[in-house]
Ligand binder design. Sequence first.
Ligand code: B16
Ligand code: MG
Length: 218
Amino acid sequence: LPKLFIFDLDGVITDTAEFHFLAWQKLAEKIGVSIDREFNEQLKGISRMESLERIIALDPSLSLSDEEKESLATDKNEYYKQLIESIGSENTLPGIEELLKDIKASNVQIALGSASKNAQMVLDKLGLTTYFDYVVDAAKVAKGKPDPETFTTAADALGISYENCIGVEDAAAGVQAINGANMFSVGVGSEEYLANANYIVSDTLKLDFNQIIKEYTV
Ligand code: B16
Ligand code: MG
């Protein structure tokens, strides 16, 4: 058995990815840029400021000071927090709580590896905090995904070697981070974006504990 599962938050445990998208869309409008869901794929797993930089880059005529960027990033977070204010356990993606229960029942530890500064608040709202032995959020790492640090930080904190870890991600940058940490990567979503994952499922309902363990041990 592995010793630790490390879960991404947005797009794996809950679909706040959609709320991030809506908040970025509103922010982009404010600076006269338009973004669609396809562009949003690039923002998944990427930090708030890095996401803003990518949106600003869509209009080469835009030149913004650091203060203006900080203020735009804060605006986006305010939109986002309004959107997630009313989320609850019904926003946990299908199959996730069952999987967390199966992992716990096997005495395997669980950590969160999120790029979001709102990660702990979201976990609390979903009522899932007690499943997690350790939470890594944006505040705990210097280099965000695709750098492996988010995942290695969780393993290091719990004293577990990387080859005994399984990371679960919905974003290309996240899969790259897991692979870079020499952990087993499980991708949730389309093969088009997640081709580098060691094992891919199309959606969270297909995340079956026994099947993941089988893939991990071959
Ligand atoms: P915040 P994850 C990531 O979370 C999101 O996928 C990404 O879209 C977002 O920009 C990032 O968190 C930062 O979030 O603005 O709340 O700090 O997928 O790594 O759980
Ligand atoms: Mg994600």
